[in-house]
Design a protein around this ligand. Structure first.
Ligand code: AKG
Length: 265
């Protein structure tokens, strides 16, 4: 994995503005073909690895999700500090942010669909209130960065779809098939392998149904603020395998959860 280059201050500011306004930003091409190949190879190996598949207690696979990819291959581990991702995560979530999870996805033909926000609705609005006050930014606690590992340059391949601005709704999706927010319907994020996009985890989104005959593979990193717990099963009993630390820079170690002392502990 290359180290990459962070965006300059102006570009970073513009991306953050768009993140808070639209809830998502398509960054365009980021990874080189050999990086995509390494990530894709790691995901395909994990998906067919007899040891992984036999280790049910290890919680390595949940449906279409391949969990804790940083454990499996250093290409995924080093993606955590690949620029411009790491600097963007720090700019949005703070210099003490960390990796919350790293699940890669494989959609076989026919799979996909299901509008949602990730995990919890952080700031619900009561009935009778239309949305969050537009003068106030809905804080971003969890930032999702995705990089397709197969070309998804047409909707039939099952791209990520988002409803722009819906992170401001204070609600979950308002329709199972065609959610809209303030008259705005869904937008497909078409991207070739190695491009990247990010979103506020409160945006309404889905991985649209893969209507093609080829698999869709998706890698990425989910970053959280320091106070958001890392989600590594089995949680308090989780021990990060020693090999993950080997050769890891201090910054990568922090992203992996090796924090200095802070609030509450
Ligand atoms: O597959 C996608 O494009 C989106 C995946 C998704 O919805 C999620 O990880 O929460």
């Amino acid at each position: 994995m290359q180290s990459g280059t962070p965006y300059d201050a102006e570009q970073t500011q513009s991306i953050i503005e768009r993140l808070y306004t639209d809830g998502y930003v398509h960054l365009g091409p980021v990874l080189e073909p050999d990086e995509v190949a390494a990530l894709r190879d790691a995901l395909e190996r994990k998906a067919t690895d007899p040891q992984i598949l036999a280790d049910e207690d290890g919680d390595h696979v949940r449906g279409i999700s391949y969990m804790r990819m940083f454990e499996y291959d250093n290409a995924f581990r080093d993606l955590i500090v690949r620029e411009p991702f790491a600097s963007l995560a720090e700019a949005v979530l703070g210099d003490d942010c960390h990796l919350m999870s790293q699940n890669a996805l494989i959609y076989e033909p026919g799979m996909g669909g299901g509008w949602h926000i990730d995990d919890l609705l952080h700031f619900p609005v009561p009935d009778g209130v239309d949305r969050h006050d537009p003068r106030i930014r809905v804080p971003c606690m969890v930032l999702q960065i995705f990089t397709p590992l197969s070309d998804v340059d047409s909707v039939e391949f099952g791209c990520t779809e988002v409803v722009p601005g819906s992170h401001n709704s204070g609600r979950g999706p308002n329709d199972k098939e065609h959610p809209t927010f303030e008259g705005q319907g869904s937008v497909p994020i078409l991207a070739r392998a190695g491009e990247a996009y990010l979103f506020h985890n409160q945006i309404w989104h889905q991985g649209a149904k893969n209507r093609s005959d080829r698999r869709r593979l998706l890698g990425g990193v989910t970053y959280g603020r320091r106070f958001v717990s890392q989600k590594f099963y089995p949680f308090i009993d989780y021990h990060m395998p020693v090999h993950v630390w080997e050769g890891a820079s201090p910054r990568l170690q922090r992203f992996l959860g090796r924090h200095t002392k802070g609030a509450y502990g």
